[in-house]
Design a protein around this ligand. Structure first.
Ligand code: F6P
Length: 464
């Protein structure tokens, strides 16, 4: 099999994963890389001052990590700007939070060009190239222009917006065209794939076959649905090691007989944390009998704190958490524990195992691996209940969760009450059904299916 070359904006080392500092993309890509081996290229996460970027290569087991830095203006226009102040809010259906600037687009193209220029010397003829996420959409066009003939695939880890929203992006025409330079485009859900098809049909007048093969402006691009999964096999071991952590043991002792509800998210407006706090407040208002019987712990480490919308969110969440505790806390009970920090991955998994309810209610999410990991971290004989937003990609697969609309505060509150009281046999039934899906669509299936489809594509026939 040809060598796998993965490009993602951030490159994650195995040790940073265990510290819990990364999102779902990093966990998924690292698992894929660990299995297949190859080269992983991307940003080292640092801002550098030197005029010429230092490139570092480091080999760990079967993976070559190749990383570069970003200059301050590149970081501002590419990362804070076009990627996270334009594409991210738009793709998560928040055009009101978009801050569009022409120089952001220039910065985005500039950094994509820089990644291509630095990657080229490392490429071999028979590589298979797999680019990840919204930060790097133009890379295939640029690689083709540089003469690269290898198969090039792209996976979008976020949702893809419906046409009516996409049209709010001044460059949406160029963005769609850039996506057509890939041989294979992967989405988490059918909704995302259909949204893309609709935009191609309407905006670029492309033809799309029932199997998802697009014929448009001289390009032939296959699309497909590949829901990212998790490594289910490693969970029991990780949970066990997390149970030895000081945080786990302390919390278990403090909880005594109280039931734990847990939420774990990057502090991002797409995660619906504010709405979640409101629903929890409603639960406490409606259910006096649950006072002192439950504790909700929300773990939300700061993310993209220097992007405006995120700074405002942090204040809003602080206030909402204070309001819940100000209204309901007593000297011997803190109903909401909001922790604006991260924990080691195995500790988080052990906390899932300790919880009675996984409270996962994003307003919009590509997949949401917290939902999947929560389920996989449960004990078969006494599993917790997943309360999951219908707006998360995971809801398409995990339909045995308690599915909620995160905008319906009263219904979410009632679903929480139902989850807290759910009888054991129903909890076991739901959990078994979800585990069957998770074991079938695991992380290995995700990477194998995508790579097999990419390699099977006749590539570079129509591309420049
Ligand atoms: O999955 C979405 C994503 O933007 C990934 O691309 C990224 O690795 C993760 O979230 C964390 O975001 P950031 O790299 O901006 O901290």
């Amino acid at each position: 099999m040809s060598r796998l070359v993965i490009v993602s904006n951030r490159v994650a080392r195995p040790e940073s994963l265990s510290k819990g500092a990364q999102g779902g993309l990093a966990v998924g890509v690292l698992a894929a890389m660990a299995e297949a081996g190859g080269l992983w290229f991307g940003w080292n996460g640092r801002i550098e001052n030197r005029p010429v970027s230092e490139i570092r290569q480091e080999r760990r087991k079967n993976i070559d990590f190749v990383t570069i830095g970003l200059r301050q203006n590149e970081y501002n226009n590419f990362y804070r700007g076009y990627a996270n102040s334009v594409l991210w809010p738009l793709f998560h259906q928040r055009p009101d939070l978009m801050n569009y600037r022409h120089h952001f687009r220039m910065g985005y193209l500039g950094v994509n060009r820089k990644y291509v220029d630095h990657l080229l010397p490392y490429l071999k003829e028979d590589d298979t190239i797999w680019i990840h996420d919204y930060q790097l959409i133009p890379m295939a066009r640029m690689l083709r222009e540089a003469g690269v003939k290898s198969p090039i695939g792209f996976f979008l880890h976020t949702p893809f917006p419906p046409l009516d929203l996409l049209r709010a992006l001044p460059d949406h025409h160029d963005l769609l065209l850039e996506m057509l330079h890939y041989d294979l485009l992967g989405f988490h859900t059918l909704t995302d794939e259909r949204g893309f098809h609709e935009s191609i049909r309407y905006t670029l007048k492309g033809d799309i076959s029932p199997s998802g093969l697009i014929d448009c402006m001289g390009h032939q691009t296959q699309t497909g649905v590949y829901p990212i999964g998790i490594e289910t096999d490693e969970m029991p071991q990780l949970v066990k090691s997390g149970q030895r952590s000081q945080e786990y043991r302390q919390l278990k002792k403090e909880l005594a007989d109280r039931k734990l509800l847990i939420g774990v998210d990057r502090l991002d407006y797409s995660k619906g944390i504010f709405h979640r706090f409101k629903a929890y407040e409603q639960l406490l208002k409606n259910h006096n009998e649950l006072h002192r019987q439950i504790v909700y712990m929300q773990v939300a480490p700061t993310s993209r704190g220097d992007v405006n919308a995120y700074g405002q969110l942090a204040q809003q969440i602080d206030q909402a958490a204070g309001h819940v505790n100000g209204t309901y806390a007593d000297f011997d009970w803190t109903p909401l524990r909001y922790l604006n920090r991260g924990f080691r991955r195995n500790t988080v998994l052990a906390l899932y195992n300790l919880s009675h309810v996984g409270f996962v209610t994003p307003l919009r999410d590509g997949m949401n691996l917290v939902a999947k990991e929560f389920v996989a971290a449960q004990d078969a004989d006494d599993p917790g209940v997943l309360v999951l937003s219908k707006m998360a990609g995971a809801a398409a697969e995990l339909d045995s969760a308690v599915i909620v609309n995160p905008y319906d505060t009263e219904a979410v509150a009632q679903s929480l009450a139902d989850a807290i009281e759910m009888p054991l046999d129903e909890r076991i039934d739901r959990w078994k059904q979800m585990m069957t899906v998770l074991e079938r669509n695991n992380i290995h299936a995700w990477q194998k299916n995508f790579r097999a489809d990419l390699i099977a594509r006749p590539h570079d026939l129509s591309k420049s």
